[in-house]
Structure formats: C-alpha cells, structure tokens
Ligand binder design. Structure first.
Ligand code: NAD
Ligand code: DAU
Length: 332
C-alpha cells in the first residue's frame, strides 16, 4: 500500500509509520507541520525509507502535494494535549477541525480511503462499565470537542459523498517517543531526575492504558478489514488510577514515594475512561501488551534514550512547565 500518514512525526504516528514500513513494507508519505510535539528524530531510523513533506493539514497546497498517488490517508495530525487546550484552544480548532476538513476534501477529490485517528475522550467520562461505539458523545474539554467535531465531519463525508471513511477511537497511549507533557513520560523523566511528581487532584482518575504499538496495529487492522462508514474503539487491556501509575514509576526508577506531590486539579477533569473494543476484536485484532510489561519497557526506553529527550527538556518545554505547574522544573 502507499499511505499518506498525516502527523507521522508525532508520538503515535511515528510508531505507526515504523510498523507499516518494517512489518508491512508499505510505501509511506508523512505530512507533518513539526509543531513542538512533532520531531524528525521520531523517524530517525526511517529517513531513507519514507517521503517527508513539511506542511500543515489545513494548507490545501501542501496536502495536494502529499496526497498524490496514495491509496489511503491516515490522519494522526492534531493538537493533542488537554491542558494546552484549556489554556490556548485556538490551535485546536484550526488543526483538529479545519485541518480535518481540508484533508477530507483532498481525499474526496483523490477518491481514496480515509482513516481518522480519534479518541475515547469524545464519549466523556464514565463511572462504571465501558463505552461502546453507540454510546452518547459528550466531550468535556476544548481538545475533545474539536476531536468530536472532526469525527462528525468525517461521518458526514461518508453519508453525503460516499467517501470510504473509518474512525478509530483509542484510549490512553504510552510507549517510546511520547512528548513529556503527558502523564507517563513526564513522570518518568521527572523521576529519573529526582524532580517532584505533580499528581492532579486526588489522583484517583482512571485511564485505560494502551501500548502504542497495539494502537498502531489496531489502526492498520481497521484500515485493512474495517467497513466504510464505521467507528472502531481501540481500548487497552488494563485500567489504572493515575496515583498507582505514578507509584509504579517511582518503584521502577528506584525512587522514594515522597517525590509525589498533589497539585491543583485540571478544570473539567474527566474521572474515568473505559473502552469496549469487541467490534474491532471481532475482526481479529487484540491488544498484546499488558500494562505492567509495557510500563516496564517504557521506563527502560526513556532511561536508555537520553539523546531523544535531552534536547526537549530545555527552552520552550521549561517555559511550558513553569506556566502549567506554577514553578520551574527542578526547583523543588
Ligand atoms: P502528538 O502531539 O505526539 O503528535 C501530533 C503530531 O501532529 C505532531 O507530529 C505534530 O507536529 C503534528 N501536527 C500538529 N498540528 C499539525 C498540523 N496543523 N498539520 C500537520 N501536522 C500537525 O500526538 P499523539 O499522541 O501522537 O496523537 C496522535 C493522534 O492520536 C491525535 O489525533 C490524537 O487525538 C489521537 N489520540 C491520541 C491518544 C494518546 O493517548 N496520545 C489516544 C487516542 C487518540
Ligand atoms: O484518552 C485518550 C487521550 O489521552 C488522548 O486523546 C489525548 O490526546 C492524550 O493527551 C490523553 O489525554 P489525557 O488527558 O488522559 O492524558 P494526560 O497524559 O494529559 O493525563 C493523563 C491523566 O493524568 C489525567 O487524568 C491527568 C493526569 N495528570 C496529567 C499530567 C500531565 C496528572 O495528574 N498530572 C500531570 O502532570
């Protein structure tokens, strides 16, 4: 297959590109704006095997260049951090909603299959049980609202124009190459440096953890075997409260639990996410990596790959950290 992977220089996109090139021999074009979260280093071992186009998904000229001759489009490109969507929602509307519209138009013009990478956050929070693809849609944050806006546009292109669309809604991913604004890499890097570990609220919010390669395989599976117009949930095998995640990281890095610090909660914080993934499992996909094993591997990856995160923990990241947490990284 020849694939256009938008946002392929980000965390999940780069892991997906690696799976497609290495395990499937696909020909891949990556279109990426290289925001703070997108980095060529995430594709460092694949530079000779892919075509890279530096551009934004909301730019029709860049999209027209990148889409030429492909069989399908997989869209990962997005602004993805909930905390940033609360403080600066503007880019979320532009990229997540307008950008998806531009891509859909280009896919319609080219007549190619289109897979939108979406999130469990479009369903909102659930106290008990798990969301199915039929559950009501109740996003809480500007991030999840713009992701739902994109999902609805995607479905409208199936119903109105007959574009072959698919939507994969993933639960919380973790693994190599994740920007350290998200819970697991932030806590791992802080723990490796002996910095405080800022837990929001009481830390009893629950997330449904999915190893990034399992999500990549799930997306590939839906692309190959899914029915046009359908939504597929892609959930992880294990749920865990945030506090327990952080306690496990403290243990895996040989630190003291006193590094944990309770800080002001995120506004509108969803309490629990949980996905039922029977629909995709019925097509033959299953998550292979349990949380305990994946977390162990992830901590080891960050410990062994300082070349990747050292340049990040400087400049803009330090300024972001101080704005978000109200004090400089390493100051306590
Ligand atoms: P990320 O922030 O690591 O990467 C996003 C990528 O998109 C970056 O490479 C960035 O440069 C690129 N990008 C941003 N704006 C762009 C634009 N306007 N044009 C082109 N490229 C642009 O995000 P991620 O965690 O890898 O998430 C990828 C996708 O998966 C997103 O759509 C996200 O909503 C979805 N998702 C993420 C998770 C998760 O736990 N991280 C779970 C479910 C779904
Ligand atoms: O559920 C899928 C979603 O998972 C994706 O769609 C999003 O793109 C991705 O960012 C992620 O969203 P979350 O808000 O769940 O992830 P985050 O890593 O920001 O936070 C995970 C949990 O940890 C959440 O309950 C907030 C909490 N947290 C996070 C940070 C960064 C803390 O307690 N302290 C922190 O410093």
């Amino acid at each position: 297959m020849k694939l256009l992977v938008c946002g392929g220089a980000g965390f999940i996109g780069s892991n997906f590109v690696r799976i497609r090139v290495r395990d499937h021999g696909d020909d891949v074009v990556v279109l990426d704006k290289l925001t703070y979260a997108g980095r060529r280093e995430n594709l460092h071992d694949l530079t000779d095997e892919i075509r890279f186009v530096h551009g934004a998904i909301e730019d029709p000229v860049a999209v027209a260049d990148a889409i030429a001759g492909v069989d399908a489009v997989v869209n990962f490109a997005a602004e993805t951090h909930v905390d940033r969507s609360i403080s600066e929602p503007d880019a979320f509307v532009r990229t997540n909603a307008q950008g998806t519209y531009v891509l859909l138009e280009a896919a319609r013009e080219a007549g190619v299959r289109y897979l939108q990478v979406s999130t469990d956050e479009v369903y909102g929070s659930i106290e008990e049980g798990s969301f199915t693809e039929e559950s009501p849609l109740k996003p809480s944050s500007p991030y999840s609202a713009t992701k739902l806006g994109a999902d609805l546009l995607v479905q409208s292109y199936f119903h109105t124009y007959g574009l072959e669309t698919l939507i994969c809604r993933g639960s919380n991913n973790y693994g190599p190459y994740q920007y350290p604004e998200k819970l697991i890499p932030l806590m791992v890097l802080n723990a490796l440096h002996g910095d405080k570990l800022p837990v929001y609220g009481d830390g009893m919010q629950v997330r449904n953890w999915l190893y990034v390669e399992d999500f990549g395989r799930g997306i590939g599976h839906a692309l190959a075997h899914g029915a046009a117009g359908e939504v597929y949930n892609v959930g992880g095998p294990d749920e865990c409260p945030n506090l327990e995640v952080v306690q496990r990281i403290v243990g895996l890095t040989g630190n003291d639990q006193s590094l944990i610090e309770y800080v002001t909660d995120r506004p509108g914080h969803d309490r629990r996410y949980s996905l039922a993934s029977e629909k995709l499992r019925a097509l033959g996909w299953t998550a292979q990596v349990r949380f305990a094993e994946g977390l162990d591997q992830t901590v080891a990856w960050y410990r062994d790959n300082a070349w990747w995160w050292e340049p990040i923990r400087s400049g803009d990241y330090l300024a972001y950290y101080e704005r978000q947490y109200g004090r400089a990284l390493g100051s306590a």
